[in-house]
Design a protein around this ligand. Sequence first.
Ligand SMILES: O=c1nc[nH]c2c1ncn2[C@H]1C[C@H](O)[C@@H](COP(=O)(O)OP(=O)(O)OP(=O)(O)O)O1
Ligand SMILES: [Mg+2]
Length: 205
Amino acid sequence: MQTPAHRPFRETTLVVASHNPGKVREIAELLKGRVETVRSAGELNLPEPEETGDTFIANAVLKARAATAAGHPALADDSGLAVDALEGAPGLYSARWAGPDKDFALAMDKVRQELEARAAEAPFTARFVCALALAWPDGHVEAFEGTVEGTLVFPPRGDQGFGYDPIFQPTGHAITFGEMDPAAKHAMSHRAQAFRRLTAACFAG
Ligand SMILES: O=c1nc[nH]c2c1ncn2[C@H]1C[C@H](O)[C@@H](COP(=O)(O)OP(=O)(O)OP(=O)(O)O)O1
Ligand SMILES: [Mg+2]
């Protein structure tokens, strides 16, 4: 079977369609050397669209398309933590569990509380999922997904990364993403895997 053609990225400016500074930092790091100018949605005062999609891909596509309003291609990331014992929650609602103040100590504690009734099912397996969508002002979109498997640990450990990193221990490692050097997280994360797929399709020369 022939692989479908992907649209190569040839422009000089790319908008990172995220209002999460932790993500913008990781994405800028992963794009290093591939794009001349990287701007963020926050910098360009682009509005934060409502995430009404029912999949990570759908939300990434709607965020990327909204950010092409500035006239440049835009890259969005929709991601989350899926806990098996919670039937995939917080999942699409991972950001919303942190409340209006984006308090992830609160969100991680909510996960811990929800798992209390399921104590017998420990260790708690989970995965981070990342959908990336690259949209052009003419409406064309390329989308890719990546995942990383792990187990949850309580109490949270480490102050690197962002979001749920302090409770997520990737399979085969004895430290959490919160304790891990950023470069090590970038080599194995859900975002890194989705990025490898995106770069192979759209940034390969
Ligand atoms: O590597 C990660 N390490 C820890 N936590 C993570 C990660 N990746 C996603 N997450 C969690 C927290 C984040 O807030 C939520 C995504 O929600 P999501 O709507 O995609 O992002 P967001 O609202 O924070 O920023 P924005 O939509 O402007 O890109 O999942
Ligand atoms: Mg969001």
